[in-house]
Structures are given as structure tokens and as C-alpha cells.
Design a binder for this molecule. Structure first.
Ligand code: F6P
Length: 372
């Protein structure tokens, strides 16, 4: 790169940061790391309120190091978040009709008016896709991968996942005591959308007897057989961990509600109740169901997530300050790498049926409900 291009690249004075999609433990830790890093290079950071909505309506606040320093342990996001405000499909009421409108030009104008030289967008697949579309329209931006679901293609792990797995595992441990005491079937439904990572990791760590994943359709008959075999071997209780996106062979996912989310309007939930009811009918064993829901997304980030968030935030800020835009900050084989957004925005990372966690689980007798 020649000297004038180099100096052109170094003219980053003000960065914007936003958090998109569902909240997640570690978001504030990323924001903190960005601001602390930027301040050391005399770069200002503007916190954009409520994801892309803040860019559409110019709602932002300047973030100071002293203000963000205590945020390492705090869950949620101080900036607010949303999974509804896609600038390319922004819902507006026109002539009394609720319809999607492309307001991306407003975002570009506001970006300039706010004096921003770069944007750091922290989010999951929806945020990544929107940011990539903005990059294609000339907004210099970089993304940080967030989601408890751990379903982003380009990174080995997203921050928030470890915390969610920890919460789910602790819940399974607690539920085990009732399962043992009453000889019951206890069904625990965990989040994860179309990916079974939370169910697989917490199920294995929590000593589940059955783990049901979206990636491996199940049959109630196969689960009932596995339970009967355990009983015949002298075990008087069973723990069944169900991913919210799991479904029967030939069946469909259980949808709890639909929302105004242009990336994924279906909100999953309730398959645990279905599995519990069918198993109780088929086995005659007293069954209870617990749906963990948003408890998995709340609260303080784990040690692992705090450190991953800090690494992601520092690398995002450094690259933005150096003018390296158009990338996702990713963790690959323990190292932080830059993955072009064009690649990172493609596809979902699902659990492969030959994943070692699945092989290990099967080797110790855990059923995935697919045995013939
Ligand atoms: O993507 C994170 C996640 O918590 C999923 O696991 C879950 O399906 C979804 O978000 C719930 O979304 P909401 O908070 O909009 O109900």
C-alpha cells in the first residue's frame, strides 16, 4: 500500500457501535473492549441505540471509557437491541397499511451526518446480512459474532453460547434431583433455533439419557424403547433434553408465535410439551416438562464469554481503526481471524450428525431418538 493510501486508511476518528438481534451475555463486554481500545488511539465511539433503528432515526450516545469500564460482568446490552428494524425492509404504516420499505439511503445519509468513519455491528446472522448489504452500499463496517445459538458459519464459537450452556447444564443438574426422587421422566427444552448446539453440549454435560436435536429427527417409539431399556437395567428416572427446533421424523418444528422479524419470523417453542405428553402416553411413566426459555440468555457472562467478548471487541476496534472493513471477526482454531462478510453471511452452522460430541454421547448410551 502506498503512503497516501496508508494515511487515508488511518483517518478513522469516530466509530459507531450497535448491537443487533436478541440480547446475549457478553454484549456489554464487547462494547467495553471496543471503547477502551479506541480511546487509547484517540478514536471516539458513538453507541447507536436499538440496533439499526438508531441509524434510521439518528439515536446515539457518545461512550466514554470511564462509563463502560464497569460493564464486563453485566448481561444484556446497554445500547438496546432489536431484531425487527432491517433498514432494507423497515416496517412503516403507509395509507393505513403496515409494509416493508427500503430506508437504507436514510441510514447512509445519517451515517455521514453523525460523522461516523466506520461501524462495528455486533450480532447474529440477521445483523451480519444487513451489515453486509450496507457494506455493499459503501458503509465501512465490521461485524462481531454474537448468539447463544452458536450457529454462525464462519466462527468456531460465538460469545454467549458458553454462558447459555452453563445455565442449561445447571438447570438439568437441579432437575435431576426431582427426576431421581420421584422416578420420573423429566423433559428439559432448551433454546438454539434450528441448531442443536445448546442441547448437545448441556445434555452431555448434564448427563441426559436422551438428547433431541433439530439435526436428527426423532421417533417417540425410539425414545420410549431407550427409556424402557434404562428401566430394565435398573435406572428409575430419565432426563430428556430437547432443542426447541427438534422435530419428529417426517414432522415439523413446533412454532410458538410469529413476529415481525424479517430474518426469522418464527419463534420456536413447545416441542418439550409435545415430547413429554407423547412419552407419558406411550410409557405410562409420570412425566414433567420444563422450558428454560430466556433464562439461558440472561445474566452475567461466563469467564469464557467475558474473555472471548474482550478478544472480539479489541480485534474489531483495532481493525476498524486500521480501516480493515468488510469482515467478521471470527475465532478459528483458537486464533482470531478476519472472514470476509460475503462468506460469513452465508448459511447456518448446524450440528453434523458425525460430530464427535454425538459419537461420544452414543458411545455412553445416550439416545438421540433415531435408533430403529
Ligand atoms: O437466537 C437467540 C434466541 O434466543 C433463540 O435461541 C430463540 O429461538 C430466539 O432467540 C428467541 O427470540 P425472542 O427473544 O425474539 O423470543
Amino acid at each position: 500500500m502506498n503512503a497516501s493510501a496508508e494515511s487515508e486508511k488511518l483517518k478513522i476518528r469516530t466509530l459507531g457501535v450497535l448491537t443487533g438481534g436478541g440480547d446475549c451475555p457478553g454484549l456489554n463486554a464487547v462494547i467495553r473492549a471496543i471503547v477502551l481500545t479506541a480511546e487509547r488511539s484517540n478514536v471516539r465511539v458513538l453507541g447507536i441505540r436499538n440496533a439499526f433503528s438508531g441509524l434510521i432515526h439518528k439515536r446515539f450516545t457518545e461512550l466514554e471509557a470511564v462509563e463502560v469500564d464497569p460493564l464486563l460482568q453485566r448481561g444484556g446490552t446497554i445500547l438496546g437491541s432489536s431484531n425487527r428494524d432491517n433498514p432494507f425492509k423497515y416496517l412503516m404504516t403507509i395509507n393505513g397499511k403496515h409494509q416493508p420499505v427500503d430506508v437504507s439511503e436514510t441510514v447512509i445519509d445519517n451515517f455521514k451526518e453523525m460523522g461516523l468513519d466506520g461501524l462495528i455491528a455486533i450480532g447474529g446472522d440477521g445483523t451480519l446480512k444487513i451489515t453486509y448489504d450496507l457494506v455493499k452500499k459503501g458503509i465501512p463496517a465490521i461485524c462481531v459474532p454474537k448468539t447463544i445459538d452458536n450457529d454462525l458459519m464462519a466462527t468456531d464459537v460465538t460469545f454467549g453460547f458458553d454462558t447459555a450452556v452453563g445455565v442449561a447444564t445447571e438447570a438439568i443438574d437441579r432437575i435431576r434431583t426431582t427426576a431421581e426422587s420421584h422416578g420420573r421422566l423429566m423433559v428439559v427444552e432448551v433454546m438454539g433455533r434450528n441448531a442443536g448446539w445448546i442441547a448437545l453440549f448441556s445434555g452431555l454435560a448434564g448427563g441426559a439419557d436422551v438428547i433431541l436435536l433439530p439435526e436428527i429427527p426423532f421417533s417417540i417409539g425410539a425414545i420410549a424403547n431407550a427409556i424402557h431399556e434404562d428401566r430394565a437395567a435398573g435406572k428409575n428416572f430419565s432426563i430428556i433434553v430437547v432443542a426447541e427446533g427438534a422435530h419428529e421424523i417426517g414432522g415439523d418444528v413446533v412454532v410458538k408465535r410469529t413476529v415481525d422479524d424479517p430474518t426469522e419470523p418464527r419463534r420456536l417453542g413447545g416441542v418439550g410439551n409435545l415430547v413429554g405428553q407423547l412419552l407419558e402416553e406411550q410409557t405410562g411413566i409420570d412425566t414433567r416438562v420444563t422450558i428454560l426459555g430466556h433464562i439461558q440468555r440472561g445474566g452475567t457472562p461466563s469467564t469464557y464469554d467475558r474473555n472471548l467478548s474482550t478478544r472480539f471487541g479489541v480485534h474489531a476496534a483495532k481493525n476498524a481503526i486500521e480501516g480493515n472493513f468488510g469482515y467478521l471477526i471470527a475465532l478459528q482454531s483458537g486464533k482470531i481471524e478476519l472472514v470476509p462478510l460475503a462468506e460469513a453471511a452465508k448459511g447456518q452452522r448446524l450440528v453434523s450428525p458425525d460430530n464427535d460430541f454425538i459419537r461420544v454421547a452414543r458411545s455412553i448410551g445416550i439416545s438421540f431418538g433415531d435408533e430403529i
